[in-house]
Design a protein around this ligand. Structure first.
Ligand code: F0G
Length: 366
């Protein structure tokens, strides 16, 4: 029986590794590309969800972390550090455990979900809650990486982008060609940069040390990125000092991969726009209730963007559209327990009795 071997071994000829590389993996990648029936009906295009919550720690970060941790071991590091809105810290903590390295994570105090916090703790990371936002945390992490004996595993480390580009490879390998449009949430802007790199590399001959690989796809997609309206520096055209959104994963005002994200947008003929928290939560509900896919709020920003563009008459029909949904709903489940008007969902309590339960369900005895 064949098991998926993780993104480094599956795509070794397209990643900066050699036969001698000691690969640190938890079997990441190989995630499902799910046909989104209701979004397809809505738009008249074939819409697919790249469900990245199915990665080992529940987010797309694992694709980059297998590469970053492999690079850390290769460099002889003893400890790694990252700043995070939660998912990177969960992934770093798990992969550091697999690598036998110490891990320190810096997170903005009070602004990361319980699921992500508990993952970092469970995997034995030293977790520091910084009195500041993600951008402040990343500043400190970068300085630690430069001036102290710790290896930085944020996406400013190019190994992370290399690993994350495999998301694009998998989409093309599954569909047989690149989609027409690729949609995804944008925070620190590593992922949009990584997908664009992956799509470009797959659409042209690729030089390796063992020769040239032929192009796999005939085209590249148009890249559509969506930010939370309260944390939308690409829409503003400059960093935001006080980013705010309920989608804590993408609560970022000063994205590290600024130039490469702008290049992805412009070279692809795409866009980076904003969606409000209400639009994000509506898309979150749509995915859960209409498609059967449970994501965290930040992950719904891409879907929110597609729905918004459709309402504006700006989504073409008859195309193939892929949306990366970046993290699992169980990371931050509280949002599912709110109704549209913001009140809490109260589970109905019933006595231990079949007749009352049946009555509560509106069932009549047959
Ligand atoms: N979606 C989720 C669930 C995320 O956790 C992130 C980023 C993004 C989207 C945005 O991706 O930063 O590459 O543009 N999370 C980082 C973290 C910042 O620390 O976990 P990006």
């Amino acid at each position: 029986a064949h098991q998926w071997r993780g993104v480094i071994r599956e795509y070794a000829d397209r990643l900066p590794v050699t036969e001698a590389t000691k690969v640190i993996t938890l079997g990441e990648g190989g995630t499902p590309l799910v046909h989104a029936q209701k979004l397809s009906e809505l738009t008249g295009s074939e819409v697919y969800l790249k469900v990245e919550g199915m990665n080992p720690t529940g987010s797309f970060k694992d694709r980059g972390m297998t590469m970053a941790m492999t690079a850390a071991v290769e460099a002889g590091a003893k400890a790694v550090v990252c700043a995070s809105t939660g998912n990177t810290s969960a992934s770093a903590a798990a992969y550091a455990t697999a690598a036998g390295l110490k891990c320190a994570v810096l997170v903005p105090e009070g602004k990361i979900s319980m699921g992500k916090l508990s993952q970092a703790i469970a995997h034995g990371a030293t977790l520091l809650q910084v009195d500041g936002n993600f951008d402040n945390c990343l500043d400190i992490a970068r300085k630690l990486g430069e001036a102290y004996p710790v290896f930085l595993v944020n996406s400013v480390n190019p190994a992370r982008i290399q690993g994350q580009k495999t998301g694009a490879f998998e989409v093309v390998d599954t569909l047989g060609d690149a989609p027409d449009i690729h949609v995804l949430p944008v925070g620190n802007a590593g992922n949009i940069s990584a997908y664009w790199k992956g799509y470009k590399e797959y659409s042209a001959p690729f030089e390796t040390t063992n020769g040239t690989l032929p192009a796999v796809s005939t085209k590249t997609p148009v890249m559509w990125g969506f930010q939370a309206a309260g944390a939308a520096p690409f829409v503003a055209g400059h960093p935001i000092t006080e980013p705010d959104t309920i989608a804590t994963a993408i609560r970022i005002g000063n994205p590290a991969s600024w130039e490469t994200a702008v290049a992805a947008r412009d070279e692809s003929g795409g866009l980076i726009e904003a969606v409000t928290d209400d639009e994000i939560l509506a898309a979150h509900r749509w995915l859960s209730a209409k498609e059967g896919v449970f994501v965290e709020p930040g992950s719904a920003a891409g879907v929110a963007g597609l729905i918004k563009k459709h309402a504006a008459g700006e989504v073409p029909s008859g195309k193939t559209i892929v949306i990366t949904v970046t993290g699992h709903g169980l990371k931050d489940p509280q949002w599912a327990l709110r109704t549209e008007d913001g009140s809490d969902v109260q589970p109905v309590k019933v006595p231990n009795d079949v007749v009352t339960v049946a009555a509560e369900l509106g069932l009549e005895e047959n």
